[in-house]
Design a protein around this ligand. Structure first.
Ligand code: SF4
Length: 410
């Protein structure tokens, strides 16, 4: 049997942002890792400009999608089905819009792939394919195999690679899907992560993303992991919360391990908006000092920002710009709020009849897709562009150039 794993990309700003802030996409690589031995694997990651091969000889085509890439994924799925292929859809958007996805697929892979992907392939062989496959229990991360490096090699990701470290988050921020997708917060055994990073170093990988939705949420684990990684002297980065700044022992261990950058969701200078999203643990008045502490350990701070919450009126753009200029993050990424289907934010907007469009390609952080509460749609659009323009001058904000490709057009 041969399977073809495709990460669909509509070339949106969001996809580029994800590609820029992470290594290889988790969905196709974790599914490749879970594929039974003896099954041939072909892979395409459209986020890095690879072209989908519609002449593939694969028996099963599995297409993975985030919301902004959904329409592109359906296009790919439909074309392969016309050719008589068995088509599977997976990824975040499939999980939260299964009825919509089902129209374009023979089967859906819902949630974590491990265990059910293997069952799905066995059913294809037996001719007993079911429409939906979903785990009933969280995957055991100690049973994960490393992402393959011989199908799409690390050179395609500028020698940056991703190692699965953890899944899930104990927080429940309203706009976020992590706690909806993963029932529990789990981590992989430290020795397995260390072994994989060591192997990647021998392969010539320069940067390793310690991939976890919240890398340091389990302090004991994070400390153990950082200490075990230190002898390898690799360049590492990951994503956690700004609260790490309150724990200098952990920060020192991270720095000694080789952590060079951490991505934090700082989101907004509006305490009311943070509280509205269940993220009041980010205290705007503390962020500047926290960032200074992190940078003291030689760790770059990448800050993620969102505009367009209900608590935001037209004053938020200047307020955010002033805040960004004050806190001295190394890089900042500013987006519009994306109400991903499945999130509490989407549910609330839908209840209130404020979703303007279900053209998923617009759910990319560069288009307004809902009626804002405290300003007009036009004010939100113009405001975010003003913010991008201003923040780029001061900080060379990477995301500005990424977004500009898409949004200046629209
Ligand atoms: S802390 Fe981050 S990963 Fe966790 S729920 Fe909030 S936004 Fe999501």
């Amino acid at each position: 049997m041969k399977v073809y794993l495709i990460k669909a990309s509509a070339g949106s700003s969001y996809s580029e942002y994800k590609a820029e802030t992470g290594g290889p996409p988790q969905n196709i690589f974790s599914t490749a890792a879970a594929t039974p031995r003896g099954v041939e694997i072909e892979m395409t990651d459209e986020t890095i400009g690879m072209k989908t091969d519609f002449r593939s000889g694969a028996d099963v085509v599995a297409v993975f999608m985030s919301t902004p890439d959904a329409l592109r994924a359906y296009e790919i799925a439909d074309r392969f089905r016309e050719k008589g292929k068995t088509v599977v859809l997976g990824g975040l958007h499939t999980m939260f819009c299964p009825d919509e996805a089902q129209v374009h697929a023979d089967a859906l892979l819902l949630g974590e792939a491990e265990g059910v992907w293997e069952a799905l392939l066995a059913d294809v062989t037996a001719g007993t394919l079911r429409p939906r496959y979903k785990r009933t229990t969280p995957a055991d991360l100690s049973r994960l195999r490393p992402y393959p490096t011989d199908i799409i090699p690390p050179s395609r990701y500028n020698w940056t690679w991703s190692v699965a470290v953890g899944r899930g988050c104990s927080n429940k921020c309203g706009f976020c899907l992590v706690h909806k997708f993963f029932d529990t917060c789990r981590f992989r055994p430290v020795d397995q992560v260390v072994e994989e990073v060591s192997r990647l170093k021998k392969l010539g990988v320069e940067w390793v993303e310690l991939h976890a939705d919240n890398l340091t949420v389990n302090r004991k684990y994070a400390l153990e992991l950082f200490r075990a990684l230190a002898p390898l002297k690799m360049k590492l980065y990951g994503e956690t919360t700004i609260l790490i700044a309150r724990d200098e022992e952990l920060l020192e261990a991270a720095a000694n391990a080789g952590v060079k950058a951490l991505l934090f969701g700082i989101e907004t200078p509006s305490g009311a908006a943070l509280a509205g999203q269940g993220k009041a643990f980010v205290r705007p008045e503390k962020v500047r000092d926290y960032i200074a502490v992190v940078k003291k350990y030689g760790i770059e701070v990448w800050g993620d920002f969102l505009v367009g919450f209900d608590e935001h009126d037209v004053s938020i753009f200047r307020e955010t710009l002033n805040f960004i200029r004050t806190i001295r993050a190394t890089r900042t990424f500013e987006h519009l709020v994306i109400p991903f289907p499945g999130s509490e934010t989407f549910k609330a907007l839908e209840r209130e009849g404020r979703i303007i469009t279900r053209d998923w390609s617009k759910y990319d952080g560069a288009h307004v897709v809902y009626q804002p509460l405290s300003m007009t749609k036009e004010e939100l659009e113009e405001g975010v562009w003003w913010l991008w323009k201003k923040s780029q001058g001061k900080f060379g904000a990477l995301i500005y150039s990424l977004f500009s490709k898409e949004a200046w057009r629209g």
